[in-house]
Design a protein around this ligand. Sequence first.
Ligand SMILES: *Cc1c(COP(=O)(O)O)cnc(C)c1O
Length: 399
Amino acid sequence: MDCKKLIEESSRYIMNTYNRFPIVLRKGRGIKVWSFDGKEYLDFVGGVAVNILGHCHPRVVVAIQKQAQRLLHVSNYYHIEPQIRLAKLLVEHSFADKAFFCNSGAEANEAAIKLARKYAKENIGTDRFEIITAKNSFHGRTLATITATGQEKFQKGFEPLVPGFSYVPFNDVPAISGAITKNTCAILLEPIQGEGGVKVPDHDYLKKVRELCNEHNLLLILDEVQTGMGRTGKFFAYEHFGITPDIMTIAKGLGGGVPIGAMLATDKAASGFQPGNHATTFGGNPLVCTAAIATIETLLEDGFILDQCNRMGKYLQERLENLKDTFPNLIVDVRGLGLLLGMELTTEGDPIVRACLEKGVLINCTTGNVLRFIPPLIVQHKDIDYLMNVLEKIFERLQ
Ligand SMILES: *Cc1c(COP(=O)(O)O)cnc(C)c1O
């Protein structure tokens, strides 16, 4: 297959919304992917925190194959067996009592915003609709979620935005306290800001936000679209911080590669939705739920993958710290939890991402100067050693 021709046709037929790298991927197994021209890559992007079990994990593939033969899609007018099993699995392994299924992270956040408004109007006060979010956050690309997102670059050109959002600096409890008004209904936060440059808050931040929510009768919504599904070394990131939210959104890793999102909530918060209030045609369909069940069962089985995530996260973080010590003029910070790691540079990250691509390693850069490492949780020492070898040579050249 001619890669050059494919890329030409990509620009010709596909809407121009992404700056894509000049490769076309054809096949993946574990942490490796291969392009149409036969080149092999180690994938430290993992579909942006999606492929938690690596590419084409056999248990997920077989589950999808079997379900595809049995039943692909039916309407939510009827009870859906894989959806019920998935909801039960998520409820049994989290703070939540109820699940709502949709198709992406943005949709899960959109559902959370609607549920918070509906619940608050009915249970706290008709004038309670405002949601406080963090500056530098990322919550998705629909109109309400770009509004929730505390970064102007995602909002510019799409005004007027959705009313009812206010923004505070991340990791700043007094700022939240000062932003609460008589109209506030909820606080929406990522436990760790992913797209915003892998920003980890102080250990007691979420605990103090939880206390503020209790004091003022506000809902705490955690966006775990990126941090959930084992990414930080626990099933969900909130488990690190000794608190539980009222509502939580997940997506990315949930389906092991198929598009599925979910909003989880306590019974109390979930009571805000009644039949007819919210829906989506494809949400929780048999195919994607079956893939998610296989993904979660594999992830949680005997704890091996979460252990691997913790061990490899620690190892990669140590290696990146060493690189920082060697190149203190180029690298200013290494941070993150589990296998959600960021390395902040004094220079643009894009040339480094491109140099890695040349050497057969896929990495990502966010906010212009933070290299982000979000590989499958099954990554091994030898993969990290390969990446570090490539990075060392690139930084030596840059020096
Ligand atoms: C990726 C992401 C989203 C958006 O998810 P989509 O599936 O792209 O809509 C929302 N919140 C966070 C924290 C994310 O990382």
